[in-house]
Ligand binder design. Structure first.
Ligand code: PEP
Length: 247
């Protein structure tokens, strides 16, 4: 049985002091021992949030990282810095990073491998645009993203990682994929991993849905057999996040 994982993606929201206030506001609302709860927070919030979640069930994630250990990469954050600060997860390949910062599958594959090498759990994002969905190429596109993103990654590492299926047209738009649409793609991802590795690996990897998940639709989405959790943007910044964790 795969353990559920509900992760918040705070994006570029919350100053350090606001971040600590949010952690404290959510503390009792997300206290569910049956679920892995993760806050993926802006880089500047990582240290205070790691401190603020001490003694709770919440783990901290980064929203991004660089592929080198150290050196002349102005503005970047290394995986060692994240680990030293107490980070456990890192989002890789969110559609906003792909779109606004030109991150491609080859580069994201290097990030996945580097994160694993350093003991961080990657949350590898994939998802189609509305145009791709309307053209009927959703699953071809997702399979390409999964195959490129996981190229050369050992099966034991794939088994422990997290994949987030996030249709781009559903992110921040208030339009959620139906639970059947989300299940179909999440199952397709699992089938793709089964073909690349084996059934055991595909049954172990955790697959989240993300895209306007909220307290109203979480239960239905999470009832689907191949949806093991959620990656939550807007609704992770308010008390509603607790309702999603408990859904
Ligand atoms: C996201 O950015 O990962 C996301 C799912 O955002 P939202 O929940 O706001 O659609």
């Amino acid at each position: 049985m795969r353990r559920r994982i509900i992760a918040g993606n705070w994006k570029m929201n919350k100053t350090p002091s606001e971040a600590v206030a949010l952690v404290n506001e959510l503390k009792n609302l997300v206290n569910n021992p049956e679920v892995d709860v993760v806050y993926c927070v802006p880089a500047i919030d990582i240290v205070p949030v790691c401190e603020a979640v001490k003694g709770t069930n919440v783990k901290v994630g980064a929203e991004n990282m660089y592929i080198e250990d150290k050196g002349a990469y102005t503005g970047e954050i290394s995986p060692d810095m994240l680990v030293d600060a107490g980070v456990s997860y890192v989002i890789i390949g969110h559609s906003e990073r792909r779109e606004y910062f030109g991150e491609d599958d080859e580069f994201l594959n290097l990030k996945v491998k580097k994160a694993i090498e350093k003991g961080l759990t990657p949350i590898l994002c994939c998802g189609e645009s509305l145009e791709q969905r309307e053209l009927g190429i959703t699953m071809d596109w997702i399979r390409m993203q999964i195959k490129s993103g996981l190229a050369g990654v050992d099966k034991k590492d794939v088994a422990n990682m997290v994949i987030a299926y996030e249709p781009i047209w559903a992110i921040g738009t208030g339009k959620t994929a139906t639970s059947d649409q989300a299940q179909e793609v999440c199952k397709g991802i699992r089938d793709c991993i089964s073909e690349m590795y084996d059934k055991e690996t595909s049954e172990s990897v955790r697959i989240q849905y993300g895209g306007s998940m909220n307290a109203g639709n979480a239960k239905e989405l999470l009832s689907k057999p191949d949806i093991d959790g959620g990656l939550i943007g807007g609704a992770s910044l308010k008390a509603e996040f607790g309702d999603i964790v408990n859904a």
